[in-house]
Design a protein around this ligand. Structure first.
Ligand code: GLP
Length: 261
C-alpha cells in the first residue's frame, strides 16, 4: 500500500482523475471499477471535463460499479445507476451497454450476484478499481464482519451506514436496508485499486484502514493485502496517520510519481 497526501480535497480528486485518464489513454479498453458517494463526485466532474476539453475517450471502456441498493429501480433518483448516469455516464462518450451495476430489482438476488461475478470474469477482470470509504470502514457495502474472501452478494447495511447515507434520501426512512455489493475478495482481485478519502470525518477510519490490524470488522484493512493499492487523502483525512513523513517522502521522491507532482 502507498499513501499519497494532497493539500486539499480538490487536489486529491484531481490526482485521482489524472491517474484514471492516464490509464484510459494507455489502455482504451480499460475495465474500470467505479464507486459512488459524495467524495467521488468531484472526480467524475473532472473526468467529464477532461472528456469535453481534452477529448478523453471512454468509447471502448467498460465499467463495473461496486454496489447497488436492493429494491431501487434504475429510474429511482437514489439508485446508484441514477447517480452514475447523472455524475458521469451522461457527460462522457461511454457506451451505456458497457456500464454495469448489479440489479437491485432482480427477482433472484443470489443469481444476480453470481451473474455479476461471471460478467466481470468474461470482461477479463477489473483493471483499475476506484474506492471510497464509509464511516464503518466499508469498501463497497462490505459492512463489519464481511469475510475477507467474500464475493458479490447481498449485505445488510449497518446502522452507522444508514445514518451516513440516509440524509441523501428525500425520505431518509426510505433508504433500503440491504444492498448488493462486490465482496472484499472480488475487490482484491482488481489489478490496481485506488481509495480516495477526504475531510476530517474520515481521519479516524483512514488511520485504522491504513495502519491498523487487518480485520473483517473494517473491510478497508483488507487492502493491506493488495499488491497494488494506493490511498489518496487530503491533509484533513491524513490527520490521524502516524507515518506521514515517510508517505510524503515517497510522493516527493519516487520517480513513478514525478508526472503527478
Ligand atoms: C457509500 C458507498 C461506498 C462509498 C461511501 C463513501 O456507502 N457504498 O462505496 O465508499 O458511500 O461515501 P462518501 O464519499 O459520501 O463519504
Amino acid at each position: 500500500m502507498e499513501v499519497i497526501i494532497q493539500s486539499t480535497p480538490e487536489a486529491a480528486a484531481e490526482l485521482l482523475a489524472r491517474l484514471v485518464a492516464h490509464d484510459l489513454r494507455v489502455q482504451p479498453h480499460l475495465v474500470l471499477g467505479l464507486a459512488t458517494g459524495r467524495t467521488m463526485e468531484s472526480v467524475y466532474d473532472r473526468l467529464a471535463r477532461m472528456h469535453r476539453e481534452q477529448r478523453l475517450d471512454f468509447s471502448l471502456a467498460r465499467t463495473f460499479n461496486l454496489d447497488e441498493y436492493v429494491g431501487l429501480p434504475a429510474t429511482d433518483p437514489h439508485s446508484y445507476r441514477h447517480y452514475m448516469n447523472e455524475h458521469l455516464f451522461e457527460h462522457v462518450n461511454v457506451d451505456l451497454r458497457n456500464t454495469h451495476l448489479p440489479d437491485g430489482m432482480a427477482q433472484d438476488l443470489d443469481a444476480e450476484c453470481q451473474a455479476y461475478e461471471a460478467l466481470m470474469v468474461k470482461c477479463g477482470g477489473i483493471d483499475l478499481q476506484l474506492l471510497g470509504i464509509g464511516q464503518t470502514g466499508h469498501i463497497g457495502f462490505n459492512e463489519p464482519l464481511s469475510a475477507l474472501r467474500s464475493r458479490t452478494r447481498v449485505k445488510a447495511l449497518s446502522p452507522i451506514t444508514i445514518a451516513q447515507n440516509s440524509p441523501l434520501f428525500a425520505e431518509p426512512a426510505q433508504m433500503p436496508r440491504r444492498a448488493i455489493t462486490m465482496g472484499v475478495g472480488t475487490i482484491l482481485e482488481a489489478r490496481r485499486v485506488i481509495l480516495l478519502a477526504t475531510g476530517a470525518s474520515k481521519a479516524d477510519i483512514v488511520a485504522k484502514a491504513v495502519e491498523g490490524p487487518i480485520t473483517s470488522m473494517i473491510s478497508a484493512t483488507a487492502l493491506q493485502m493488495h499488491p497494488r493499492c494506493t490511498v489518496i487523502v487530503d491533509e484533513a483525512a491524513a490527520a490521524k496517520l502516524q507515518g506521514v513523513d515517510y508517505y510524503r517522502w515517497i510522493f516527493t521522491n519516487e520517480p513513478e510519481w514525478e508526472p503527478y507532482r
